[in-house]
Design a protein around this ligand. Structure first.
Ligand code: HEM
Length: 470
């Protein structure tokens, strides 16, 4: 019995469902030599048809084993039961992010991670989201106002627009909304340049080369790094000068100054900088990609779009949406949950074993790599009915049972689950309804969308759409 078998009746009973784009799947397994260039260009294209149905798999890459877990019970085993062993991020991830985040929580583990998680998670926790929602609403309305100046049929790159919008929101919430555009623009530009030049798929780390071994991209990331660190340092200085305190008093960075670790100590200045950058990085592109994919899915599904408009009409009408509306916008939430199933912004969650152990009756060694892929698991046909179809109703508890929490991982699971889940969902819902009240978007004719994974899963490098006023 699959999670949503009831849907089969709905879909096969004639309800239109749209199949959004995904990379071509090879029919059979390819050799390591064939896989390596694919791994570099688009991580998602390494998977063949069988990988989606696979429960468990192992691949030897020189001296390392790569272990794939692709069912809910194995995810639970790896991320809950064996969390202590599989808590460290991979060398590739560390290589890509250490220059930016240093000891920041996203790539730390062990005692350091515990201390930082305890300090940071409450700042972005669900119960704080209502404080940040007015900033979200204000920024999204400003975005809508800027779109108002465009003519019907004008082309916009929705991936770029959503990246700028979410960067502006996270920047205002982390660093203070009265801070000034010059700071946020500088941070956003620095992040963009950093991402373009860093390689998450660092093959040297994959093959076990040590950190000190020179990597070509390191020269290219120096400039954006300096840019980001200089701005964040100057914001911290502003905060430290009491006479300017009101600029940041409502911002997450102010909460980082107040945060204490379990032993009662305040975070150091460097830790504050690193964690502010972690929140900015983790909360920005993931949300932007979710929004871009949602606009694409809506533009291709007239049935779903009509139901969205009906919900907006019933719950909000023409007034500006607020935080209080979010819990009433259930269909909008299903649309986003379904988009996150089909396009999880973090398509691969990988970890390095910190000691030897046993999984699925087979032993593994310290340094072996565990891979749980929300991309594969969310499209596993043994777990989800019509797994490639866009069908938001599968998240409606009146139609299908609630998905198993280990089968649906857009925000990961276990102790390292995304602490910004409620923040990200609220921001995404508010953005979709606020802009859909005023505009309709359709994909530019002839544009071929490709699901690509670099640091995150994106619809290629741009997503051109045509804007129409409603
Ligand atoms: C749709 C939006 C988002 C998605 C899909 C998402 C997804 C994820 C995932 C999958 C992870 C775990 C990565 C891993 O284990 O390798 C993660 C971690 C994290 N996320 Fe999010 N995220 C989103 C939004 C946000 C927002 C808005 C914030 C902050 C305001 C945030 C803050 C964090 C932090 C701090 C971590 C690191 C947690 C740790 O290592 O303990 N995220 N996120």
């Amino acid at each position: 019995m699959k999670l949503d078998d009831n849907l089969v009746l709905e879909i096969e009973g004639g309800v239109q469902s749209y199949i959004p784009p995904f990379p071509k799947r090879a029919k059979s397994q390819r050799s390591l030599l064939e896989l390596l260039p694919l791994y570099r260009s688009n991580l998602l294209s390494i998977f063949d048809e069988n990988d989606y149905k696979r429960r468990y798999g192992r691949l030897r890459i020189l001296c390392r084993e790569l272990i794939l877990c692709n069912t809910p019970d194995l995810v639970q085993e790896a991320f809950i039961t064996q969390h202590e062993i599989f808590q460290q991020k991979t060398a590739q991830m560390e290589q890509a992010l250490k220059p930016l985040l240093d000891d920041g929580l996203f790539i730390s583990y062990g005692e350091l991670w515990k201390t930082r998680r305890a300090a940071v998670a409450p700042i972005v926790h669900a119960n704080k989201v209502s404080n940040f929602a007015p900033i979200m609403c204000e920024t999204i309305q400003e975005w809508g106002d800027s779109w108002c100046k465009r003519k019907n049929g004008d082309e916009i790159d929705i991936l770029f627009e959503m990246a700028e919008l979410t960067a502006e929101i996270i920047s205002r919430t982390v660093f203070g909304h009265k801070l000034g555009r010059q700071y946020t623009s500088e941070i956003v530009a620095g992040f963009k340049e950093y991402q373009e030049n860093v390689h998450q798929t660092d093959l040297l780390s994959m093959f076990g080369f040590p950190d000190w071994f020179p990597r070509v991209y390191r020269g290219r990331i120096r400039k954006p790094l300096k840019r980001i660190h200089t701005v964040v340092d100057s914001i911290i200085e502003i905060h430290e000068q009491n006479n300017l305190k009101n600029i940041c008093s409502d911002a997450m960075i102010a909460r980082l100054f107040e945060a204490k670790s379990e032993d009662g100590r305040y975070l150091t200045r460097k830790a504050i900088r690193n964690e502010a950058i972690v929140i900015f990085m983790a909360g920005h592109e993931t949300t932007a990609n979710t929004l871009a994919w949602t606009w694409l899915n809506l533009s291709k599904s007239p049935r779903v779009l009509k139901k969205l408009y009906d919900e907006i009409e019933n719950v909000i009408g023409n007034r500006p949406p607020t935080f209080e509306d979010v819990s009433k916008l259930s269909y909008t939430r299903y649309i986003i949950e379904e988009t996150l199933r089909l396009y999880p912004p973090v398509p691969i969650l990988s970890r390095r074993a910190i000691r030897n152990g046993v999984l699925e009756g087979e032993s593994y060694r310290k340094g072996d790599i565990l891979m749980v892929s929300p991309w594969l698991l969310h499209r596993n046909p043994n777990v989800w009915s019509h797994s490639d179809s866009f069908f938001p109703e599968r998240f409606d508890p009146n139609i299908a049972p609630k998905p198993n929490k280990y089968a649906y991982l857009p925000f990961a699971i276990g102790p390292r689950i995304c602490p910004g889940l409620a923040f990200g969902m609220t921001e995404t819902i508010l953005t979709i309804v606020t802009l859909a009240q005023r505009f309709e978007l359709s994909l530019k004719a002839g544009h071929k969308v490709q699901a690509m994974s670099r640091l995150t899963l994106r619809p290629g490098n741009s997503l051109p759409m045509l804007l129409r006023h409603r």
